[in-house]
Design a protein around this ligand. Structure first.
Ligand SMILES: C[S@@+](CC[C@H](N)C(=O)[O-])C[C@H]1O[C@@H](n2cnc3c(N)ncnc32)[C@H](O)[C@@H]1O
Length: 213
């Protein structure tokens, strides 16, 4: 078996040994594939969704910030681990994605914890105040450094930043397009930042976990 095929099988093995998605979230995923075509590949997937949920529960988060929501998958996964009085603030540029997600937030018992802010994330970030216990960065790759710089001062004392796609399908090793170059610049930016400590996980497309020193 080739390396690519083996990695795909290992990923699938991880999925089958991870808690299944709740029915409404599974419906959201299925509907995303039906309605959004190739864009559905932006979903962070069952293992990463469950990992985010576990991080929210483990840090005992009360407030979570997501930058880049898409159809609401990761927002709902994280909201489920928040206490009843917790808040999940999620930022999304696309009106189409926001409308799709709203339909599911309205049907979910965790939806009332979600505050969806539509518009460019950098603008929304200006109107937000911390502290946030977990920040998930998953929007346009060219904005990552700015999102990180805006989020870090809003992080609670023991808060965590999780950043998606930091391996960019392996293209970080030989970055050719703008997105790959932006991810490399972001990874280097964090690696040089003496304010934080960080670890890069090879889960799915790469996740960077960052906390203050
Ligand atoms: C990779 S998807 C997010 C996936 C989602 N976190 C999940 O796991 O299902 C990125 C999202 O960021 C949104 N986005 C892109 N640029 C943005 C910006 N400047 N401000 C806010 N959202 C943006 C896109 O419309 C897209 O829905």
């Amino acid at each position: 078996m080739g390396l690519k095929a083996a990695l795909k099988k290992i990923d699938q093995y991880a999925v089958t040994h991870t808690k299944p998605l709740p029915p409404l979230v599974q419906e959201l995923v299925d509907e995303t594939y039906k309605e959004m075509g190739r864009m559905a590949g932006m979903l962070s997937g069952p293992v990463e969704g469950s990992l985010l949920q576990m991080l929210v529960a483990t840090v005992g988060a009360k407030r979570v910030l997501e930058i880049g929501m898409f159809t609401g998958y990761s927002a709902l996964m994280m909201a489920a681990a928040l206490p009843d009085d917790g808040e999940m603030v999620t930022l999304e540029l696309s009106a189409e994605h926001a409308a799709f997600a709203r339909g599911f937030f309205e049907r979910s018992e965790d939806g009332r914890k979600v505050r969806l802010m539509e518009g460019p994330a950098l603008e929304s970030l200006k109107s937000l105040q911390g502290p946030f216990d977990l920040v998930f960065i998953d929007a346009n790759k060219g904005g990552y450094v700015d999102y990180y710089e805006a989020a870090l001062p809003m992080l609670s004392e023991h808060g965590l930043i999780a950043v998606d796609n930091v391996l960019w399908s392996g293209n970080v090793l030989d970055p050719k397009d703008d997105d790959a170059k932006a991810i490399v610049a972001f990874n280097d930016h964090v690696s040089r930042d003496t304010r934080v400590t960080h670890v890069m996980l090879t889960v799915r497309d790469g996740i960077m976990l960052i906390r203050r020193r």
